[in-house]
Design a protein around this ligand. Structure first.
Ligand code: NAD
Length: 420
């Protein structure tokens, strides 16, 4: 085992395989090439946690990984999931570096996580985990250092607790320490909806290049969390037919199109899409349904060489991070499926976060309408640039997006030079 092996995982290996291919294409300086494979900083913490019954004390493990500290503070979400590990968080931090660079934000990539299943946690338990994890991260986070955001299993309330804990330690309110906060604490509604809506805006721009209309499409969404639900809502509002959605508890199918605003009402009451009366219950392989646009917006690694051949969608919009393995990606491209890659498709999240952070740090307030316009402008401009790179290099959008992101990060590192 070399020293770098501690950062490895299946997802890390995939991210590095992609990176190696692109680094070779662009003749990346070999010193920079190796340097960017490992994160600059990784903090592993363990802390005690008591459930509400107060019977025993568990030890919980958490992580925060910062990939590149050359371009500004680092930025990336925090996920709560039972299988979170150092290798996964590292891979996601690297993807965050490329993603921020693709949309031109002054951030390096970071990611964090706590290895715990958030679903059975009471509100009080989740609050205790969040406050203690935040306290453990104090040496490495900061408004100008590293700014967390929500990811799987965390939400606006989690960000509010992080902000409160951090502010108490610092001694003054620090809204800029996290993004994706509730509006009452300086959060932005645009940020809340940015990942899902941004993914649809980019997909629509990509489909126009093929003379296809997003608004005429049938859409299937896997996962109905922060990303999936707003991708579904944006699709519905554009006039597309969302024919199936699901979450961990169950799914809904309606070939005439699901009424998404009504489904939001059901979700608010039941906390799941299961049982919605505006369609039939759906059980089965949602990814394999006949549709024009498929939006995986749940977890990574769901489209693999085992199911890629069964996918019937013409367009895949990667709302989730790393939903498609590299082998599956190749099979799908051979079948002429257009893939809008995660590092571009879900970059609305970090872009919306950037606007929220700028507002907090400058004590500035944009109208939500203006923020939304800025968001779509940044995302569609990034898409156009990636599209031109793809045409020039005769490559797919994932490779083109990586070329753009990696070149920018490498240029920042080279320009700063070595210390000492
Ligand atoms: P979330 O926790 O809010 O929602 C996840 C949803 O997926 C839930 O509805 C859950 O029930 C469902 N789900 C989980 N496993 C599933 C499965 N096997 N089949 C069907 N549904 C399943 O998470 P989120 O914030 O929406 O994140 C989803 C994905 O998007 C993650 O990969 C995350 O890293 C990525 N992402 C999120 C953001 C963001 O702004 N939240 C930004 C960029 C990327």
């Amino acid at each position: 085992m070399t020293n770098g092996d501690i950062f490895r995982s299946d997802m890390y290996d995939e991210v590095i395989r992609q990176y190696d291919e692109v680094a070779e294409m662009i003749n990346l300086d070999p010193n920079i090439k190796e340097r960017l494979k490992l994160p600059q900083r990784a903090l592993i913490v363990t802390f005690p946690f008591r459930r509400d019954e107060y019977t025993e004390v568990e030890t919980v493990i958490g992580y925060r990984v910062q990939h590149v500290l050359s371009m500004g503070p680092t930025k990336g979400g925090i996920r709560y999931a039972p299988d979170v590990n150092l290798g996964e968080v590292t891979a996601l931090s690297i993807l965050m570096s490329w993603k921020s660079a693709i949309v031109g934000l002054p951030y390096g990539g970071a990611k964090g996580g706590v290895a715990i299943d958030p679903r059975p946690l009471s509100r009080a338990e989740k609050q205790r985990i969040t406050r203690r994890y935040t306290a453990e991260l104090l040496p490495v986070i900061g408004v100008d250092k590293d700014i967390p955001a929500p990811d799987m299993g965390t939400d606006e309330q989690t960000m509010a607790w992080i902000m409160d804990t951090y502010s108490n330690f610092v001694g003054s309110p620090q809204p800029g320490i996290v993004t994706g906060k509730p509006a009452s604490l300086g959060g932005s509604i645009t940020r809340r909806e940015a990942t899902g809506r941004g993914a649809v805006a980019i997909a629509s721009a990509a489909m126009e290049k093929l003379n296809k209309k997003y608004s005429d499409s049938t859409v299937v969404v896997q996962g109905f969390g922060n990303v999936g639900r707003y991708a579904a809502l944006a699709s519905y509002e554009m006039g597309a037919k969302v024919i199936a959605v699901n979450d961990l508890n169950g799914g809904v199918y309606n070939e005439k199109g699901i009424n998404i605003p009504e489904l939001f009402k059901h979700l608010a009451k039941e906390k799941t899409v299961k049982g919605f009366s505006g369609g039939d219950a759906f059980v089965g392989e949602i990814l394999e349904l006949e549709c024009d646009v498929l939006i995986p917006a749940a977890v990574g690694g769901v489209i693999t060489s085992s199911n890629a051949a069964n996918i019937k969608a013409n367009v895949i919009v990667e709302g989730a991070n790393s939903p498609t393995t590299l082998n599956a990606d190749k099979m799908l491209r051979e079948n002429n499926v257009l893939i809008i890659p995660d590092i571009l498709a879900n970059a609305g999240g970090v872009t919306g976060s950037y606007f929220e952070w700028v507002q907090n740090t400058q004590n500035y307030l944009w109208k939500e309408k203006d923020l939304y316009e800025k968001l779509i402008d940044v995302l569609t401009s990034a898409f156009e640039e990636v599209y031109i790179i793809a045409e020039k290099n005769n490559c797919d959008l994932r490779t083109a997006a990586l070329i753009k992101g990696i070149k920018r990060v490498a240029a920042a590192k080279l320009t700063r030079g070595l210390f000492p």
